[in-house]
Design a protein around this ligand. Sequence first.
Ligand SMILES: [Zn+2]
Length: 365
Amino acid sequence: MIGFEVLARDGAARRGRLRTAHGNIDTPVFMPLATTGTVKAMTPEGVAATGARVVLGNTYHLMLRPSAERIATLGGLHRFMNWPYAILTDSGGFQVMSLAARRTISEGGVTFRSHLDGRPYELTPERSIAIQHLLGADLTMALDECTPHPSPREAVERSMELTMRWAERSRRAFVERPGHGIFGIVQGGIHPDLRLRATSRLTDIGFDGYAVGGLAVGEGQATMFAVLDATVPALPQDRPHYLMGVGKPGDLVGAVLRGIDMFDCVLPTRSGRTAQAFTRHGSLNLRNARHADDPAPLDPECLCPACAGYSRAYLHHLSRSGEILGSMLLTAHNLRYYADLMATMRTAIETGSLAAFAAAFESVE
Ligand SMILES: [Zn+2]
């Protein structure tokens, strides 16, 4: 069981606090990806310095290499990666569908071959929960099937029903420990009635938190927001709401307005390695020649290491030269930008000004 308090509300938006075995998490929150047990191009100290108090580890990658059993023997994922704060692990489902070879999905689970060496594996709801337990995740995800978009409605419905049966098995396999919790995942594509059926099934089972999965897969922002409008009001209001795999800064603002508390996305870290920087005044491509002579920092108001000591001209030079430091500095900046955006929204909710913030934000984007 994990604690969750809603400290303030502003419309549908909530300012909350999660209590885990590895510390408190202020929400709404963005969770950086620590895919293989590292936030790429960052030290754990650097990640914490951006304000992050929770990162996301990937079950699929870690079960293949170095294996959950090895990490458990070495003291768990927190100790293994030297991250003292909270960790959420995904169930492995999404990456099995997107990365593994020769997948076969059945009622029992999914069998596949590793994309690294072709070795066969089986991932069932029970095995996914056991792996996440071995890793020592504070926040565990139920195994779900991620339906490709677009799919015929009958396929989406069949897949959602399978996810609901897997959710029940995942819940049963989860070992209760203080400060540890399990989230169920609402599927159902872009169909509001399927989303509502999934929500009601998950609520009946009873989870510590509720995730909305299967969005930001090409349906577009307006459709994603419409699904949230139909789904989020039906989720238990005293539990955290997590929108998986989202997203761009404007997606985060729109989803927080609709009552989402938690996010993860590859965007700030991946962009940091491809010379893209997010700023209060829009995004920048540092490879662009217009930065070559610019002595100004990325954002004079940002408190990250990149903005404290380096010019746009230098960041341009690093990215043009393929230097590792360029990826490090831009990743630190982007994570700080995302963390600051969430902190600004938390304050806006406390002061009842989130709608005004969102309107001003849209005009900049
Ligand atoms: Zn910065």
